[in-house]
Ligand binder design. Structure first.
Ligand SMILES: [Fe+2]
Length: 388
C-alpha cells in the first residue's frame, strides 16, 4: 500500500534543547514569534525561561498565555486578533496538546481567516500557515509531530477534527526535562494516550511500512516506562523514553491514523469534559477486545513490542496477555470508572446514540481493523459503562 509521509522539518531532541529555539527560528527565517501558552506554564516559570532565551538572542516576541484545556474556538479568537494586529512571523507553542493544538489553529485562522468549522474534516487543509514551532511539556498527544488539531465548537460541543499539512509544525523541540514536573494524573492520562496512538496506528487500515516502524518503536518505549513515570516523576530515564515514544507515536498516527478508541473517545470528552487520555484509557480494554478479530496478528505484535509476550507466544496467547495488561495498567494508573469520574449514567445512556453518530462522522471508526456499525458502537458504550 502507498503512504504519504509528512513530518516536521526539524526535530530537536534531548535534555536542554529548549535553548535551541533561537537557532531554530533563525533557520526558518523568523525573528518575531507569537508565543502561545497557558497559565500553568506561566506559573511554573517555563514561559519566562523561553522569553529569557529569546531576549538573550536579541529576538522580539508577543505572548498569549490564555489557551484552555480542550480548547474551544472562542478561546482562540483573542490570539487570532493579536496575530493579525502584530507583525509576527511564527507561532511558538509551549505546553501540552491543548496549547499546541491551539497554536496550530491560531496560525491558520490568523493567516487565512474564517471559522474553525470551515477547516474540519473531510477538508484537507494544505495551504501554508505561519510556521509553528511546537514545544511539548507532556509526553502524550504527539501533537508536535502531527498534521491534526482538535478544536471544540463551543455551541454544539463538537470536537472538530482538522487535518492537513497546514497543521504540521515546522519544527518541534522534544525536551523531556520539561515533563519532569508534570503531576502523576496528567502523566498517566497523556501516557495512555500515547500508547493508544501507537497501537491504533499499528492496527489501522491506513497503516503502512513507515508508520509501522514508528508505531512499534513508540510502543516499545512507552509500555515499560508508563508505570515508572507514574510512580516516580523524577525518573529521568523513563521520562526520556516516554517523551521520545510520544513523539514517535504522534508521527505514526499522523501518517497512518487513529481508530475506534479515538473515534468513540472524542464525544465522551466533548459531552462530559473527560480529559482526552483518560477517556481513551476508559475505552481501550473493551475496544481492543472488540477489535482483536480484525487484526489478531497485528495486536499480537503490539503485545510483543510492549514486552508482555514473547516470540514463543502464539498470537492468541499474546492477545490474551495484551487484554490482561491493558486492564492491569488501568488499575495501576488508577483510571477511574466513568461513574467514579462523575459522569451521570442517565445522561450517558441518553447521549450514547448521538455519541455513536458523532464517532462515525469523525471517520476514525472506519480505520479500525474491525469496523463497527453504529448499533455496535452504542453497545460498546453500554459495555464500557457496565464493565466498571
Ligand atoms: Fe490521542
Amino acid at each position: 500500500m502507498t503512504q504519504r509521509v509528512v513530518l516536521p522539518r526539524i526535530l530537536e531532541t534531548g535534555p536542554g534543547t529548549l535553548q535551541r529555539l533561537p537557532d531554530i527560528l533563525s533557520t526558518l527565517a523568523c525573528r518575531n514569534p507569537l508565543i502561545v501558552t497557558d497559565q500553568v506554564m506561566m506559573s511554573l516559570g517555563y514561559a519566562d525561561r523561553l522569553t529569557d532565551i529569546l531576549k538573550t538572542a536579541g529576538m522580539t516576541w508577543g505572548l498569549f498565555a490564555d489557551t484552555e484545556p480542550e480548547p474551544t474556538e472562542s478561546s482562540l479568537l483573542p490570539a487570532v486578533e493579536q496575530l493579525r494586529q502584530g507583525s509576527f512571523d511564527a507561532v511558538v507553542a509551549l505546553g501540552g496538546g491543548s496549547a499546541i493544538d491551539s497554536a496550530k489553529a491560531i496560525s491558520v485562522l490568523g493567516l487565512h481567516g474564517g471559522r474553525m468549522a470551515d477547516y474540519k474534516v473531510p477538508r484537507d487543509v494544505s495551504e501554508p500557515a505561519l510556521p509553528v514551532v511546537a514545544i511539548p511539556t507532556t509526553a502524550g498527544t504527539g501533537s508536535e509531530a502531527t498534521r491534526f488539531t482538535i478544536i471544540t465548537d463551543g455551541e454544539t460541543d463538537e470536537k472538530m477534527l482538522c487535518m492537513g499539512l497546514a497543521f504540521m509544525p515546522y519544527a518541534a523541540i522534544v525536551d523531556y526535562e520539561l515533563t519532569l514536573s508534570v503531576p502523576a494524573r496528567v502523566t498517566a492520562d497523556t501516557g495512555i494516550d500515547a500508547l493508544t496512538h501507537g497501537i491504533e496506528a499499528y492496527v489501522s487500515r491506513k497503516a503502512g511500512p513507515f508508520s509501522d516502524q514508528q508505531a512499534l518503536a513508540a510502543i516499545a518505549l512507552i509500555a515499560p516506562n508508563l508505570r515508572r513515570v507514574y510512580h516516580n516523576p523524577e525518573d529521568r530515564e523513563a521520562r526520556e523514553a516516554m517523551m521520545m515514544g510520544s513523539t514517535l507515536a504522534g508521527i505514526a498516527f499522523s501518517n497512518a491514523s487513529v481508530a475506534l478508541v479515538h473515534g468513540m473517545s472524542r464525544p465522551i470528552g466533548a459531552h462530559f469534559h473527560v480529559p482526552h487520555g483518560l477517556s481513551n484509557a476508559m475505552l481501550l480494554p473493551a475496544i481492543t477486545r472488540f477489535s482483536l478479530p480484525g487484526a489478531p496478528d497485528r495486536y499480537a505484535r503490539c503485545a510483543r513490542a510492549m514486552g508482555i509476550a514473547g516470540a514463543e507466544d502464539s498470537d492468541d496467547n499474546a492477545n490474551d496477555k495484551l487484554l490482561a495488561e491493558l486492564r492491569a495498567l488501568n488499575r495501576e494508573l488508577e483510571v477511574p470508572s466513568m461513574a467514579a469520574f462523575g459522569i451521570d449514567e442517565a445522561r450517558f445512556m441518553e447521549l450514547r446514540q448521538l455519541m455513536a453518530e458523532q464517532a462515525q462522522a469523525s471517520g476514525s471508526p472506519g480505520n479500525n481493523p474491525r469496523v463497527p456499525s453504529q448499533a455496535e458502537m452504542v453497545e460498546l458504550y453500554e459495555q464500557v459503562w457496565n464493565q466498571e
